[in-house]
Design a protein around this ligand. Sequence first.
Ligand code: GLA
Length: 385
Amino acid sequence: MPATTAQTAKSTFEKTFSTHASHVFAAPGRVNIIGEHTDYNDGFVLPCAISFNTAIACRKNDRQTIRAVAFNYDNEQDEFAINETIDTSDKHWTNYLRGVVAQFIANNHAIGGLDIAICGNIPQGTGLSSSASLEVCLAMAINEVFALGLTPKELARLCQRAENEFVGCHCGIMDQLISACGEENSALLIDCRDLSSTAITIPESLQLLIINPNVERKLVGSEYNARRQSCEAAARTLGINALRDATLASLEAHQESLDISTFKRARHVVTENARVLQMQTACDNNDLATIKSLLASSHASMKEDFEITTQQLDFIADLINSDDSHACARMTGGGFGGCAVALIPHQEVTRICQRLKNTYESTFKTPLTIYFAEISQGAQTLEIA
Ligand code: GLA
């Protein structure tokens, strides 16, 4: 059996710092089943935590610095002081750590020096929230080691601010929240306005798959922030706090005051919010036909109105959604690449995966990777020495 991320984080810690770690933590990545770009509009999302994760092994130090080693980056190291201004680094991975630590300090939490070793197995750059899991794992480590008493939701908010203010991505709360609060075997319907959540069971007859087209994501940061600005501009025109408060009718009533692209961005958000709520009912009623139509229309809306899909993701979604069975798929995550999420009746999995792989690989001359996702719990303490 390959070593777990926790085992590798521990052994990396020992090799680097010549002592044992006192604590080990893990925080998962996520796949979003439906509800894309709705979180920063105060809307609804339906993500679940997955069995890929980031683990951190750590121990307090008496240096007033954070010393970190990243197994996945050839054991690259970083060290920064916690009693001086924390600047960004040209080592991309460490900016997530620096951002989280800077937030604890800005909020006057009494933290000290910490040595940490990190190991993750979430495929990076595929929209499965490897960065949110790193942020949440470190925030949980600091919270536990220095006994700060923050709740998982407070940790998620802190990590979101780290990403917004330090890393510069104006993301919503979904990724950090599901990484911190996910539940084993359930997706969470999250109301991003008050952060309340309801556990939703995906019908047992469906297998959750994550499909990675293995194409590099492009323009993620700039285009993501641009979409968010369009949504906020539309809300201002409608005279509401957030698009969560719009209906299709109220949006259409303002169509002439919005340019066509802003109107389409807002229409995606308004219709997507409605789809998340319909998905809750469809899952409760085991209504596979409605689930299929919701995932297919979510993908179409991201393609035509929000304009964040790629030809590879369109190909994958079209092939699965046009299958005669209840199989369905859509792009998942921020967009401009990344993965698709699929729900496939168990008895159809082999046939559909075979067909998808063959046709995708012959069309795009790129290998396709399919992960069988297990729905896992959120961030947890694995060991305390
Ligand atoms: C990224 C962001 C999330 C969310 C999704 C799109 O994953 O981090 O906050 O906006 O994109 O749904």
